[in-house]
Write a protein that binds this ligand. Structure first.
Ligand code: NOJ
Length: 717
C-alpha cells in the first residue's frame, strides 16, 4: 500500500479501532466460534466487537487455520485490516535445531543464518508473519533457565549471531519474499541478568556494563533491520523496562535508532501493578504508552483503559497515533494489505515442513554444536566395539529442548535408536540405569565383561531449563551421580553424553568418566549427530559460548571479567590478600571458547604487521596453526585483546574476532586477522564510545585461556 493510502487508513480510524491495533490476543480467543464471552475474553476485557478490531494474534499456526481466521477477521473488521500472526519460533518450527546455547557453540553465524532461513520458510508456509526471536540477551548466570535461549556470555559472539538470526528470518526483501518472517529482538533490556539467576527477578546493572556488554547485541539486531523489539519483564535502574520511558524512548528509539514495533512481553504492562510502579491497570497503560510500547501482549491495560485515557489527554492521542502507525507500517512492510495470507499455503506447508533438506541442515548444525569436554583416549569409538548403553536419557526423545514450537517427539530418534543403526544390535547392550542403581546387573555380567565401552546418557530433562526454570543447584541430579559412581566400579571406559540447557557444575563428573560429550538439546536430528561424533564420522568442533563453573559459588562467572585492583597472578597464588576464593580457583572448569577435537592443533606464536598503529591504520595479526594429529579437524581460532590503561576498568581479556579453519592431518595454515581502531573502542564514563591511545595486549589461541603475550600501541593525534 502506498504511504498516502496508509495514512488515510490511519486517519479514518476511530479511537477504538486504533486501540484495537495495539492489542494482541492469544489464538484461543478465536478458536471458540460461539458468541459467548469466554473466560479469557473477560480477563482481557474483550467483547465480540473489540475482538474484530485487534491487531495481532499470538500462537496460531497452520496454513488452513491462519487463512480461515484471516478471511473471517477481515470480513468482520470495518476497514478490512489484516491480522498479524506471531509466534515463538525460537530454534526451529517443525524441524528443530539445537537450542540457541548449542547454536552458540558452533561459532558459525552462517549456520545460524541457515537455521533461521529454514525456520522462516516452514513457519511462513503455515501463515506466520512474526517470530519472537532472536533472544539476544547476554547471559552470565547458569542458574537462569533461559540461558538455553541465549547464545552466550560474549558481546561479539552475540552480535554476530543476532545479525545472522535477523538476516536469516527477514531475508533481503521481506515484502515480496513470502518465505520470510519479521524478526523480534528481545528482551529489551538486560533480561539475561536477573538477580540470583531467578527468572522475572529485578536486574541490577551499572550503566557502563549495560552499555558496554549488554546493549551491543540488541543494537546489532536493530542495525540488521529487525522489525520488532520486545520489552523485558525486569527493571533497569529500578524502573520496569516496560514502563521505562528513558530506556525505550531515549535509548532504544533516539540513541539506538529503532524505528519499528515495540511489543510488550506477555502480560508485562499489567505487571507494572505488582511491580509497584502503577496503582492499577489504567496507570500501567498510561506508563506503557508513554514509554512507547506499541503492542500489549496479553494483559488488559490498553484494552480496558487506553480509549478513555486518550480521550482525556491529547498528548496520549499523539502517542497512540505513533504506535498505530508503527503497527500499520509493519503490516505494510510484510505486504499484508495486498496479500493478507502471505506465504500461507497448504501445499507448500506439506512440502517445506520437515523436509529431507531441512533435516539434513539440522543434522549438520547439531554436529557442529556438540562440544567435546573430555577425552582420555576413549573417543572416537569403533563400530566393531561392543558397547553398553545406559543412563536415564539413553532412550529418551526429549532431546528437542524447551521452545520447540511444532517439534514432534514421535518423529525424534533417541540415542539408542540412532546408535543401534551404527553398531548393530549384536554389539549394543542397552541396560536400564535402574539395574546399576539397584546393583542388580548379574544378568548382564557377560555383556558388561565383553563391553569395550560404557556410554551413559545423562543430564537434564527439557523442563529443567527454559522460561521459569531457574535452579540453585546446577550439578547433575543425584541419582545420575550415583549411577556414574556405580559404572566407575565396573572398570570399563565410560563415555558420558550430556543433554542440558545450561552450563552445569561437572566437577563431580570428571573423575568418573573417560569421555564427556556436551550435546545440549540437539534437536530433531540430535541423536544421529551425537552418534556421528561418538563414532568419529564427525570430528567435534563446538566451543563453549558460556563458561562452565567449578562451583555454583563462582556465579556469575565470565571470562571477560573486569580487572580488579588485586588480581591473582601465579606468583601470588597461596597469598591471602588477593581477589580469590579460599576453597576453589577463580577460573572456570571449562572456559569460554573451550572445546576439544579428535585431532591436535598446534599454534605458533602470533606475529603483528606493526608495533604501532594509528587510527586509520589496519594492523594484521597472523598465526600459523598445524594439525599435528591423525584426522582432519576444524578449529575456531580466537583473537583476544586487553586494553592496558583506560578511563574505566576494562575486562581482563575480550574476544575481538574469530575465524574457523579446516586442516587435514599434518596440514598447516596461516590465519590472519585485521585489527582496526573501531575494534578498540569502549564505553567511556560519559557513555560515549571511542578508543584511547595506548598499549593493547593481544593473543591468538584455541580458547579464552590464551595468554596475551604480544602488544601494540595505538597512536592518536
Ligand atoms: C514470554 C517470554 O518471555 C517471551 O520470550 C515470549 O516471546 C512470550 N512469552 C510469548 O510466548
Amino acid at each position: 500500500m502506498k504511504i498516502e493510502a496508509l495514512k488515510a487508513l490511519l486517519e479514518d480510524m476511530t479511537i477504538e479501532e486504533k486501540v484495537g491495533q495495539t492489542i494482541q490476543l492469544s489464538a484461543d480467543f478465536f478458536s471458540d466460534q460461539s458468541e459467548d464471552i469466554t473466560g479469557p475474553m473477560n480477563e482481557m476485557a474483550m467483547t465480540e466487537k473489540k475482538k474484530y478490531q485487534v491487531g495481532s494474534v499470538l500462537g496460531l499456526s497452520g496454513a488452513k487455520e491462519t487463512i480461515d481466521l484471516q478471511k473471517e477477521f477481515m470480513e468482520k473488521n470495518r476497514q478490512h485490516i489484516p491480522l498479524l500472526f506471531m509466534a515463538d519460533i525460537i530454534h526451529g518450527d517443525h524441524t528443530i535445531f539445537p537450542i540457541p546455547l548449542g547454536l552458540g557453540a558452533t561459532w558459525n553465524p552462517e549456520a545460524i543464518k541457515l537455521t533461521a532461513e529454514i525456520s522462516a520458510k516452514e513457519a511462513a508456509a503455515q501463515g506466520l508473519h512474526v517470530t519472537f526471536s532472536p533472544m539476544v540477551d547476554l547471559v552470565r548466570d547458569p542458574r537462569w533457565g533461559r540461558v538455553m535461549e541465549a547464545t552466550g556470555e560474549d558481546k561479539l559472539l552475540n552480535k554476530r549471531y543476532a545479525r545472522a538470526f535477523v538476516e536469516g528470518y527477514q531475508g533481503e526483501d521481506l515484502k515480496n519474499d513470502l518465505t520470510k518472517l519479521a524478526a523480534c529482538v528481545k528482551h529489551f533490556a538486560g533480561y539475561g541478568a536477573p538477580r540470583g539467576g531467578r527468572d522475572y527477578n529485578s536486574v541490577d546493572l551499572n550503566e557502563n556494563t549495560l552499555r558496554e556488554h549488554y546493549l551491543p547485541a540488541y543494537q546489532e539486531g536493530i542495525d540488521a533491520g529487525a522489525k520488532l523489539v520486545m520489552t523485558a519483564f525486569n527493571t533497569i535502574d529500578n524502573i520496569p523496562a516496560t514502563g521505562n520511558k528513558g530506556l525505550m524512548r531515549d535509548v532504544l528509539r533516539d540513541e539506538m535508532g529503532f524505528d519499528g514495533v515495540l511489543i510488550s512481553d506477555w502480560g508485562a504492562i499489567g505487571e507494572l501493578v505488582p511491580h509497584g510502579v502503577a496503582e492499577d491497570n489504567r496507570a500501567a497503560a498510561k506508563q506503557a504508552i508513554t514509554a512507547g510500547v506499541d503492542i500489549e501482549m496479553m494483559s488488559a491495560a490498553y484494552s480496558e483503559h487506553l480509549v478513555d485515557l486518550v480521550k482525556q489527554d491529547d498528548s496520549l492521542a499523539t502517542l497512540l497515533n505513533e504506535s498505530v502507525w508503527n503497527i500499520l507500517r509493519l503490516k505494510n512492510d510484510l505486504g499484508l494489505f495486498e496479500q493478507p495470507y502471505r506465504g500461507a499455503d497448504e501445499e507448500t506447508e506439506s512440502q517445506s515442513v520437515f523436509s529431507t533438506d531441512n533435516k539434513q541442515a539440522a543434522l549438520t548444525v547439531a554436529e557442529q554444536s556438540i562440544v567435546l569436554l573430555e577425552n582420555n583416549g576413549v573417543l572416537p569409538l569403533n563400530k566393531e566395539d561392543r558397547i553398553v548403553l545406559t543412563g536415564q536419557r539413553r532412550d529418551s526423545n526429549d532431546i528437542l529442548g524447551a521452545w520447540s514450537w511444532k517439534g514432534d517427539l514421535s518423529k525424534t530418534e533417541t540415542l539408542k535408536e540412532a546408535m543401534s543403526k551404527t553398531v548393530g544390535s549384536e554389539n549394543l547392550s542397552v541396560i536400564d540405569d535402574a539395574t546399576f542403581l539397584e546393583g542388580q546387573y548379574s544378568f548382564f555380567m557377560d555383556d558388561i565383561r565383553l563391553a569395550d565401552t560404557v556410554v551413559v546418557a545423562i543430564g537434564e530433562s527439557s523442563e529443567m531449563s527454559g522460561e521459569a526454570a531457574s535452579r540453585t543447584n546446577i550439578k547433575l541430579p543425584e541419582n545420575q551421580l550415583v549411577l556414574l559412581r556405580e559404572l566407575k566400579k565396573l572398570n570399563k571406559k565410560v563415555v558420558a553424553v550430556l543433554f542440558n540447557g545450561r552450563p552445569l557444575d561437572l566437577s563431580d563428573v570428571i573423575p568418573l568418566v573417560d569421555g564427556l560429550v556436551e550435546a545440549w538439546f540437539p534437536g530433531t536430528m540430535g541423536a544421529q549427530a551425537i552418534t556421528n561424533v561418538l563414532f568419529g564420522k564427525v570430528n567435534p568442533s563446538g566451543k563453549l559460548p558460556m563458561s562452565f563453573p567449578r562451583s555454583i559459588g563462582q556465579i556469575p562467572l565470565t571470562y571477560n571479567e573486569d580487572s580488579t585492583g588485586r588480581p591473582l597472578t601465579d606468583e601470588k597464588r597461596g597469598e591471602k590478600y588477593f581477589s580469590r576464593y579460599l576453597d576453589t580457583e577463580n577460573t572456570a572448569l571449562y572456559p569460554f571458547g573451550f572445546g576439544r577435537s579428535y585431532t591436535r592443533f598446534e599454534y605458533a606464536g602470533c606475529t603483528l604487521s606493526k608495533q604501532t598503529m594509528s587510527a586509520d591504520d589496519v594492523l594484521t595479526v597472523s598465526v600459523t596453526i598445524k594439525n599435528t594429529g591423525e584426522v582432519e579437524g576444524l578449529e575456531t581460532v580466537q583473537l583476544y585483546i586487553r586494553d592496558k590503561v583506560a578511563e574505566v576498568v576494562r575486562p581482563v581479556k575480550e574476544l575481538i574476532d574469530f575465524k574457523q579453519v579446516t586442516l587435514t592431518a599434518g596440514e598447516s595454515k596461516t590465519v590472519s586477522f585485521e585489527i582496526t581502531e573501531a575494534q578498540l573502542r569502549y564505553t567511556h564514563a560519559d557513555n560515549t564510545v571511542s578508543s584511547d591511545a595506548g598499549t593493547f595486549l593481544i593473543g591468538v589461541g584455541t580458547d579464552s585461556r590464551v595468554s596475551l603475550s604480544e602488544s601494540f600501541v595505538l597512536e592518536k593525534e
